[in-house]
Design a protein around this ligand. Structure first.
Ligand code: ACO
Ligand code: ACO
Length: 154
């Protein structure tokens, strides 16, 4: 399913945006690093952000989805799919040749969704999460250690 919502460019990050950003990466420090360089977009419901997307150019030809998150109250209603379509279109329109996204090896739902859109696993960053986060992250009852990088040609 793909939601039919309007996507807005975000100029000012509010506390509600932060709440969404930290769902995807629970480290303010790490998120802050890429917010400086990235373009931020959101989807609103009743004037409040319920989904967020951060895109960043990682090379002349490569764009990365640094953050994608949906308010848990609105999950599984097609909002992330809407943002993924938008990101792919953005990459094409801005002449990037590759779009990439990193996710946890234990992130089964995310891996399903990204592969459904045509992303392929192209790299593994072993111990990314255990090295970069002070607190252990558990997902689907597993300790998250490794990051999978998925890429698609656009
Ligand atoms: N396993 C497999 N598939 C699942 C599962 C599951 N456990 N649960 C739901 N799904 C499917 C749904 O059926 C749906 O597929 P379908 O459209 O083919 O039926 C799909 O997953 C969900 O699609 P959307 O509704 O478009 O996605 P949603 O709006 O729920 O957002 C997201 C997905 C962004 C992963 C959301 O769950 C979220 O914010 N999670 C927490 C933050 C997060 O993990 N963000 C991504 C981190 S990676 C990064 O930011 C670069
Ligand atoms: N997503 C996540 N976890 C799931 C899902 C799902 N869609 N479905 C079931 N599970 C969980 C169960 O809850 C259980 O976990 P838990 O014990 O923590 O509750 C676990 O997966 C299944 O554990 P078992 O019952 O021990 O596994 P099972 O006897 O069902 O066998 C197997 C698993 C071998 C993958 C079986 O489903 C199968 O034969 N599949 C077809 C053949 C196959 O794919 N084989 C592996 C190919 S790789 C290779 O052969 C080297």
């Amino acid at each position: 399913m793909v939601a039919k919502s309007k996507i807005n460019k975000v100029e000012k990050i509010t506390s509600e945006h932060w709440r969404l950003l930290l769902l995807a990466y629970p480290s303010k420090h790490l998120v802050q690093n890429y917010l400086q360089m990235g373009q931020v977009f959101d989807i609103k419901k009743d004037d409040r952000p319920i989904a967020i997307l951060v895109l960043e150019a990682v090379s002349e030809r490569g764009l990365e989805i640094k953050n994608i998150a949906v308010d848990p109250r609105f999950e599984n209603q097609g909002f992330a799919s809407r943002l993924l379509y938008f990101a792919i279109q953005y990459s094409k329109n801005h002449k990037y040749q590759q779009l990439q996204i990193g996710t946890g090896s234990t992130s089964f739902k995310q891996l399903y969704l990204y592969q459904k859109f045509g992303f392929r696993v192209t790299d593994i960053k072993q111990d990314f999460f255990t090295k970069n986060y002070k607190q252990p992250i558990y997902e689907n009852r597993l300790l998250l250690k490794d990051m999978l990088v998925l890429t698609m040609n656009t």
